[in-house]
Design a protein around this ligand. Structure first.
Ligand SMILES: O=C[C@H](O)[C@H](O)[C@H](O)COP(=O)(O)O
Length: 241
């Protein structure tokens, strides 16, 4: 296992401590969320936790089921006790930039339905200002040129500039989310006011969702070589675990 994979696993191990019997548990998407799912699957081999698990992507559903974790139909569940997910960037206010894997819409629905959201990551994801990682914006096909122009205008109003490109797969095909939508990756370099940008993107008609998760994370566990740091939105404190 590489050093970075070890760090992801250490952050995941901290989050696993919050999983309690009988919970409805949201499973995030991405490599760090997958590290958590692997640890959860190991724990479930020796403990009957009677969990109801929901997945934030088809990829996560497959990954969990391959490890013996049953995934419930989220269309029949309104409330989630706890969601564990990764992030592409985390700022000091615990705002997140997510969606590098294209799962932002389902991740945001599950996160909003959750009583508690714990974000796990290696410490390289912690940034002073969001935006170096291109911001994914999920959009519909209809009127795509107009929607891209409106995203650009919204970004300018929020003090952001940069290139916006429709995401393609490694083989050059148009990338499609689980919902069948497109992703516009916005390479702004920096997002000086994430809250304002989020508000402006929320009102662009062709935008289904964007990867700014403002005020959603309750806790963040960041794994560094010298230990796992815990940030809590409730206290705004940092402690070393
Ligand atoms: O769409 C993907 C998700 O938002 C992921 O949680 C995010 O991209 C982080 O993924 P990873 O843990 O692989 O860096």
């Amino acid at each position: 296992m590489t050093d970075i994979q070890n760090l992801k696993r250490e952050a995941a191990a901290e989050a696993l401590k919050f999983v309690e019997p009988g919970m409805v548990l949201g499973l995030g998407t991405g490599s760090t969320a997958s590290a958590f799912i692997e640890l959860l699957a190991e724990r479930l081999k020796t403990e009957d936790l009677d969990l109801t698990c929901v997945a934030t992507s088809e990829q996560t559903k497959r990954f969990a089921e391959e490890r013996g974790i049953k995934i419930a139909d989220f269309n029949t569940i309104a409330d989630v006790d706890l969601t564990i997910d990764g992030a592409d960037e985390i700022d000091p206010q615990l705002n997140l930039l997510k969606g590098g894997g294209g799962a932002l819409l389902r991740e945001k629905i599950v996160a909003f339905a959750s009583d508690r959201v714990i974000i796990i990551a290696d410490a390289s994801k912690y940034v002073e200002q969001l935006g170096e990682f291109p911001l994914p914006v999920e959009i519909v096909d209809f009127g795509v040129a107009a929607t891209l122009a409106m995203i650009e205008a919204a970004a300018e109003d929020a003090g952001c500039q940069g290139s916006i490109a429709l995401r393609r797969t490694a083989s050059g095909d148009t990338f499609r989310t689980d919902g069948g939508h497109l992703i516009a990756d916005c390479a702004f370099g920096s997002i000086p006011d994430p809250e304002t940008l989020a508000d402006l993107l929320d009102i662009v008609p062709g935008v289904v969702e964007h990867g700014l998760f403002i005020g959603i994370a309750d806790d963040v566990f960041l794994a560094a070589p010298d230990g796992v740091r815990h940030y809590s939105a409730a206290t705004d404190d940092e402690d070393e675990d």
